[in-house]
Design a protein around this ligand. Sequence first.
Ligand code: EPS
Length: 385
Amino acid sequence: MLRFFTAGESHGPALTAIVEGFPAGVPVTAETINHDLARRQKGYGRGGRMKIERDEVQFRSGIRFGESLGAPVTLVVENRDWKNWTGKMSSRAEDRDPKYVVSRPRPGHADLTGALKYDRRDVRDILERASARETTMRVAVGSLAKCLLRELGIEVRAWVSEVGGIRAKHEGMTPDEIFAAAEVSEVRVADAHAEQAIIALVDECKKAGDTLGGVVEVVATGLPPGLGSHVHYDRKLDGRLAGALLSLQAAKGVEIGIGFEAARRRGSQVQDEIGYESGAFNRRTNNAGGTEGGMTSGGPLVVRVAFKPISTLMKPLASVDLLTKEETRGNIERSDVMAIPAAAVIAEAVVAFELAQVALEKFGGDSLREIKRNRDGYLEQVRSA
Ligand code: EPS
């Protein structure tokens, strides 16, 4: 079973992930993972923190001579900003200083509920872990998963489709074209007109002390039919993707294929008709977004994720002081106006991990060679169906 967990505070010394169940013999380099970490750091609308960090992965276990060993893989990314936070983030009781206590919870953040649930009097005890800095490790882990998927001919790519109500027009473009254009866009959209409008909106919101959300789109290609399950509710791919994606900070909605639009149409306008060409079944459309019955259908997987605006506002909303119970305004922390370009890279990583999981469940094996043999046998069986 492929699984991982992450540890680390936003302004602590480092972030760590341990990935277990990753097979042996998969080519893995730090450069590959660092490339994705750098993609996550980019994007118009980020705050001062991204000028401090230059995220780079260190392998502490499980990788040798550029290949995975099948042993747990430990990934570490140091927080460069830590050196500026040693006092505020010290592990020693004697360093506690009342003037550093954060007691004004931000509306929409984990601050208040986390403080009540964990019985903390300092909101920093909550916000350090709730911070989207944690997504650094989701990207590192997803990038590792992509190393395996790449060997199986599966590509996962993402871009921004909407920010603050401004939609990118990608109609008529192939996933390759959208991806190539989005990768060189400051806001990760493949539509120059929308890009300019989004940048102007970010500038306007920054001036107003406000923040923005948006929608990202993830597309995976090269998938065989039958990853996931129609039998077990907890192994249905749609459910797992939605669960994993909604676990991201600020994520509020997930759509697969035409998603909510399907609910507004008649069945004849929704279901993808089946065809048969060159010895293989296909679908004439892809309204389902590449899943049927909780399994990959063999077509491209199309998933969209909606993120609400960042909850740290430079013009804060009404709040109540945790300690005095007096009316106040939410705490002002250094933050971003929007992080949707980064959210695309993060959602891509999350989808990659879930796909690696279902691929391993289907094809099993301790080594890449064994997995490929199992995959080839299965594809042969599907072809001769
Ligand atoms: C974040 C607040 C900002 C962001 C941070 C997420 O950090 P800081 O409080 O240090 O200015 O830059 O994002 C990252 C550090 C990152 O790597 O994405 C928050 O409160 O969630």
